[in-house]
Design a protein around this ligand. Structure first.
Ligand SMILES: Cc1cc2nc3c(=O)[nH]c(=O)nc-3n(C[C@H](O)[C@H](O)[C@H](O)COP(=O)(O)OP(=O)(O)OC[C@H]3O[C@@H](n4cnc5c(N)ncnc54)[C@H](O)[C@@H]3O)c2cc1C
Length: 392
């Protein structure tokens, strides 16, 4: 099912075109309207920030955004959503790769497939919100939160696709793909990280999406009781394939066309990985690193590689693509390495071995010692321990 996608001019993506620059990040931050966000965030055409690719790749951080948005208070919806991001990171830091497996038992007796059906992959299920979302995902690498929830719910509960299969596929195509936010959200939808399955129907789509996403008479134009029964049983909802599908973009386990540059001699090296792409001054060599064993497990789309590599080459002096365990042998001298810690598998272990100085990424909310298994428990700890910012 994989073939070359149609050539699309990225600037035609409109609001969903993510330029890998600080100027683009500043423009998005300046456009944030905290009040409008609270009122409209659930609508596909609502005033969401589209900051996620910049947050995921460490151009900025939640604490920095709190500084750049001085009117933002803990009681604002946007602060709450930043809290969700840091909650998922908290669970990942504490649980490690366990987040890639069921965190609690799946719905009893339900069997899930580890194969994503071709009609979902090709955006021709005949269910408009799913087909539109998949096309948008492939074209831009971005999806509104509601669209992500709909796709995940449809895959898991109506088509009986195991959440991990769906999560790996969506992760690969997102510009902001993040193993914590993505895989734990899929688990939340599947009810392996929440107490009940997340379900949606055609009325819900009609309320939050524009008319071309509406789907009266489709497989999801049923009551929540009927959906609940489907979710807890083993009957598949049959697709009613639309006439034309689309092609899934090719995935790459290394940045296309980029190899390790000549590594200049240096005694101090800052390793700049894909999740910490802030432009930070450094008195030594800034070396961009792509640790291929991770990307063989979790490949990315061309769109995402371009976003990451354009930025990485802009904020580093040289780039290394390979296995980080080979790095010291290539450098031939005694080097003092430093970086910022990341929980990404492979990177996490290699950076811990190489770096004498490896601080954690900055957080706005606390990272409790014991894992909070629910957002409400996490949020209660945050709001009890943090001063509320008084209104300006
Ligand atoms: C199935 C599924 C998969 C997801 N995969 C990812 C992913 O790979 N990477 C990712 O960053 N987010 C993911 N999310 C969370 C959320 O959908 C995105 O963060 C959000 O849509 C990004 O768009 P935005 O920046 O315009 O968000 P806004 O609504 O403008 O929110 C601002 C920021 O708050 C954070 N945020 C908002 N909503 C959530 C949420 N529900 N959970 C966690 N953080 C949130 C994000 O950092 C976001 O950039 C997923 C959600 C679902 C349901």
């Amino acid at each position: 099912m994989q073939s070359t996608p149609d050539v699309v001019e990225p600037h035609s993506f409109g609001a969903d075109f993510f330029e890998p620059t600080d100027a683009a990040l500043r423009a998005r931050t300046a456009a944030v309207d905290i009040r409008a966000y609270a009122q409209t965030r659930n609508h596909l055409q609502g005033q969401v920030t589209r900051l996620s690719p910049y947050l995921t790749h460490g151009f900025t951080s939640v604490p920095e955004l709190f500084e750049r948005l001085p009117a933002l208070r803990l009681t604002d919806k946007l602060a709450f959503e930043f809290g969700w991001r840091e909650f998922f990171q908290h669970v990942w830091y504490r649980e490690g790769e366990a987040i890639l497996s069921d965190l609690r038992p799946a719905l009893p007796g339900v069997h899930y497939s580890d194969r994503l059906p071709d009609d979902i992959r090709a955006a021709c299920t005949g269910v408009a919100p799913i087909d539109n979302a998949v096309r948008q995902l492939y074209r831009t690498g971005y999806l509104h939160n509601h669209a992500r929830m709909w796709v995940a719910s449809y895959c898991v509960h109506l088509r009986k696709v195991h959440w991990r299969t769906g999560a790996d596929w969506m992760y690969a195509h997102l510009m902001d793909g993040d193993l914590a936010s993505n895989h734990l959200s899929w688990q939340w939808v599947a009810a392996t990280f929440s107490s009940k399955p997340y379900l949606f129907n055609a009325d819900n789509v009609a309320r939050f999406a524009p008319p071309d996403w509406h789907c009266p008479g489709s497989a999801i134009d049923v009551s929540y009781e009927a959906l609940e029964q489907i979710a807890r049983g083993n009957d598949l909802v049959a697709p009613s394939p639309a006439a034309t599908g689309t092609t899934e973009p090719i995935l790459h386990s290394a940045p296309p066309g980029i190899r390790t540059s000549t590594l200049p001699a240096a005694s101090r090296i800052r390793l700049v990985h894909p999740w910490m792409l802030a432009d930070m001054p450094f008195d030594g060599l800034r070396l961009g690193v792509i640790h291929q064993p991770f990307h063989r497990r979790f490949p990315w789309s061309d769109l995402r590689w371009r976003f990451v590599m354009d930025r990485m080459s802009g904020v580093t002096d040289a780039v290394f693509v390979g296995d980080l365990s080979d790095l010291t042998a290539m450098l031939n001298t005694t080097v003092h390495f430093e970086s910022t810690a990341t929980p990404y598998p492979g990177y996490r272990e290699q950076l811990a071995q190489l770096c004498a100085y490896l601080p954690e990424a900055l957080r706005h909310f606390p990272n409790p010692e014991r894992t909070c298994r629910s957002f409400s428990a996490f949020w209660a700890q945050c709001t009890n321990s943090m001063p509320h910012r008084s209104p300006p």
